[in-house]
Design a protein around this ligand. Structure first.
Ligand code: AMP
Length: 414
């Protein structure tokens, strides 16, 4: 099988790593990729938002499967020309990707499908926003309606700051605050059959102790020893299957990865958000535990044959990933610094390093090239061991101004 992966992040590196370990995959390509992905796949400098260019590349390569990683190309509709050309593609088309592309659309689908979520208002004027804020009271939750790379959500008890964010965004969803631990549950679907993966938890805030601004994600772990038994079955029945059924009934079937961001509140499980793709950094730990070869599963989703697949097999081991970010992330990341210690981090098989914002430097080196730079990942008998190994990897890597959280999975490992 020849596979083409679209994207540049650590999620795509994790996908490429798993695909490269699948004996069914004979050729692996990535566009545009990064310095780490280049070690397992052939890179192609194609604009990932240009559906015609991606389709032309897939044709030229004779790709049997295209996997679209990030939300931006999915929401831009890059999967549509691929499907129209008869190329199997993992990832929803433009309309179904609105589940992530518009918070208001997602709320509408959830209401129609009876999926439990926070009560909310869509607001477009300052007065509407002010009324919605007062209706719910503090803490306030204000979400940019459109894509914002995980940075469009403000949760604050400062009413003026909440209102300012609403006005700055224009169109927002304002909703009730959901209290309780968060869980990310991914499901692979072909538009009809829904196959949940194992739950993970990520860490959205920049600093230890969940302080600082929201980011794309600073680390993750799986499994969740504290999660209630039966959580996956419950979410499949009350959230994932009804959402997939609703989109199919609307004539815009969702095929690809449905990501449910959940809050386990005292009043039950609620959806915080949907994403239309693998989450980053949770993918790094979920795929580290998947034993079933990945390519066949993604192809079955693309071809609508997921119902005929054997149940997925999982490792009992735990996985932890720690994101190393540049100085200034998330506001103004500094780039262009040489990264030291990449080989040392992997030398004894303790950890493996997934690249996000990196690029090849002069004389074979690797330079920082984005906010989130690396995802250092490790597997262990339990979370404590996986955590120790991941942080041992982190300790061997350095670049100017690099920052990471020191408390990823700490509480769960105790
Ligand atoms: P989202 O992009 O919708 O996942 O929001 C980013 C983060 O903001 C989430 O992971 C939560 O930590 C927080 N958040 C979003 N919506 C709510 C809510 N209704 N109540 C409490 N926290 C929220």
């Amino acid at each position: 099988m020849k596979v083409l992966v679209i994207g540049t992040g650590a999620r795509e590196h994790a996908l490429c790593r798993s695909l490269s370990q699948d004996p069914a995959v004979t050729e692996l390509h990535c566009a545009p990729g990064n310095a780490g992905i280049a070690r397992v796949a052939t890179l192609h400098p194609v604009d990932q938002l240009d559906g015609d260019a991606v389709t032309a590349l897939a044709r030229e390569l004779g790709a049997d499967l295209v996997v679209v990683g990030p939300e931006a190309p999915l929401v831009a509709g890059v999967a549509d020309p691929l499907r129209a050309a008869g190329i199997p593609v993992f990832g929803p088309g433009k309309e179904a990707a609105q589940l992530e592309g518009s918070k208001a659309f997602a709320k509408d689908v959830m209401a129609a499908a009876g999926v439990p979520t926070a009560r909310s208002y869509v607001c477009t004027t300052e007065q509407e926003a002010a009324e919605a804020l007062d209706a719910f009271g503090a803490p306030y939750v204000v979400k940019d309606d459109g894509l914002a790379a995980g940075k469009g959500v403000v949760v604050t008890s400062d009413r003026a700051a909440a209102l300012e964010h609403a006005v700055a965004c224009g169109r927002v969803v304002i909703e009730e605050y959901l209290d309780g631990p968060e869980v990310s549950l991914f499901a692979i679907t072909d538009g009809t059959t829904v196959l949940p993966l194992v739950p993970a938890q990520d860490f959205k805030r920049a600093l230890d102790g969940d302080q600082g601004p929201n980011t794309g994600g600073m680390g993750a772990y799986s499994p969740l020893p504290w999660a209630p038994e039966g959580l996956v079955a419950e979410v499949l029945e009350s959230v994932l299957q009804p959402t997939v059924d609703e989109l199919r009934h609307r004539g815009t079937p969702f095929s690809g990865l449905l990501y449910a961001g959940l809050a386990l509140t005292s009043r039950g499980t609620r959806v915080i958000e949907f994403n239309a793709r693998f989450g980053d950094p949770e993918t790094q730990v979920v795929l580290a535990r998947l034993r079933t070869p990945l390519a066949g599963v993604l192809l079955a989703a693309a071809n609508g044959t997921l119902g005929g697949l054997e149940p997925l097999r999982w490792s009992d081991e735990a996985a932890v990933t720690v994101v190393m970010a540049s100085e200034g992330y998330p506001a103004a990341p500094r780039t262009g610094d040489p990264i030291e210690g990449l080989d040392a981090a992997e030398a004894d098989g303790t950890a493996f390093v997934l690249h996000a914002g990196t690029k090849a430097g002069p004389d074979g080196g690797v330079l920082t090239a984005g906010g989130r730079v690396l995802s250092v990942t490790a597997v262990g008998a339990d979370l404590a061991e996986a955590r120790e190994k991941a942080y041992a990897g982190v300790a061997r890597i350095s670049f100017k101004g690099g920052q990471h959280r020191t408390d990823i999975a700490a509480e769960a490992a105790r």
